[in-house]
Design a binder for this molecule. Structure first.
Ligand code: NAP
Length: 270
């Protein structure tokens, strides 16, 4: 779906390169004014000028390191105070490929700060405004490692599992208030992510598993238009995800009971 009706303003984190930069382009074409957030002010300004020239949309930028408390608070304040904001795309994030034993724990803590803490605080800042509007959109960029934690680095997988669980919970909380949320689980996507994650380039991965960022974002927005809560752009059959999610939900009635399962009672008395 494409429209030029004015949709309000979308704030997109990590919009200087890769997936976030494509979201910026696509949401502007859908009629959003934009607030683009990342650390690289020059890249943001270039991108903003390109988008305004192509679409005529108003594009503001905020240069912020979302792992820095003062910078993060400034973006939160904008989300709380700017009543034109109707959408948040929590996209800024980074990954890692080394095992825990070979990783720098300070780098991993920074990853949690960005992928989890910043995403949570920004969401918390925007929700009251969206609830007041009775509408709005939150798109959270997770990853397929949320459901395949044996791939890549375990902390990265943990952060992206958090994003998935948080989004599922937000859907439960916010859909009755008219707010759409979506978790996007990209597979390998051709962006600078892979250089930053320490494996050189996406070109070092098998070509058949790497999707161009444009195709990934267009598929995710198509998933959004289809009303999906969870979008896995590569997955050929959406029913595979629905079956997995139904199996999870089927555990529900047995997850909290007065007594331990029989097999544990037997083990305790053996
Ligand atoms: P990318 O090209 O490296 O983009 C990451 C973006 O986040 C950049 O705009 C970067 O801008 C920004 N960023 C990084 N650290 C930041 C910080 N401390 N504060 C503010 N902004 C920061 O990677 P990408 O592939 O587009 O990644 C976007 C999201 O997709 C991430 O959450 C990633 O985990 C997820 N994802 C990627 C893949 C993949 O294969 N590429 C697969 C699954 C999920 P500055 O450097 O200017 O700050």
């Amino acid at each position: 779906m494409s429209t030029t009706t004015h949709q309000g303003t979308a704030l997109i984190t990590g919009a200087s390169t890769g997936i976030g930069a494509v979201y910026a382009d696509r949401l502007a074409r859908r009629g959003y004014d934009l607030i683009l957030v990342a650390r690289d002010a020059a890249k943001l300004a270039e991108h903003a000028a390109r988008i305004t020239a192509a679409t005529g949309r108003r594009v503001d930028t905020i240069a912020a390191d979302l792992t820095n408390k003062a910078d993060l608070r400034a973006v939160e304040a904008r989300l709380r105070e700017d009543r034109s904001i109707t959408a948040l795309v929590n996209n800024a994030g980074f990954g890692a490929t080394k095992p825990l034993a070979d990783s720098d724990i300070d780098d991993l803590e920074k990853m949690i700060d960005l992928n989890v803490t910043a995403l949570t605080r920004l969401t918390s800042a925007v929700v009251p405004t969206l609830v007041a509007h009775g509408s709005g959109t939150i798109i959270n960029i997770s990853s397929i490692v949320a459901v395949a934690p044996e791939l890549l680095n375990g902390t990265y997988a943990g952060t992206k599992s958090y994003v998935l669980a948080f989004t599922q919970s937000l859907h439960h909380e916010l859909s009755p208030k008219g707010i759409r949320v979506q978790a996007v689980l990209p597979g390998a996507t051709g962006t600078p992510f892979w250089e930053r994650a320490g494996i050189g380039s996406a070109d070092n991965l098998p070509a058949e598993i790497v999707m161009p960022a444009e195709e990934m974002v267009d598929a995710s927005l198509a998933g959004f238009d289809l009303g999906e809560l969870v979008t896995i752009p590569s997955l050929p059959d959406a029913a595979d995800w629905e079956r997995a999610d139904s199996a999870r939900k089927a555990l529900g009635p047995n997850l909290s009971r007065r007594s331990a399962a029989t097999r544990y009672q037997q083990a305790a008395t053996a």
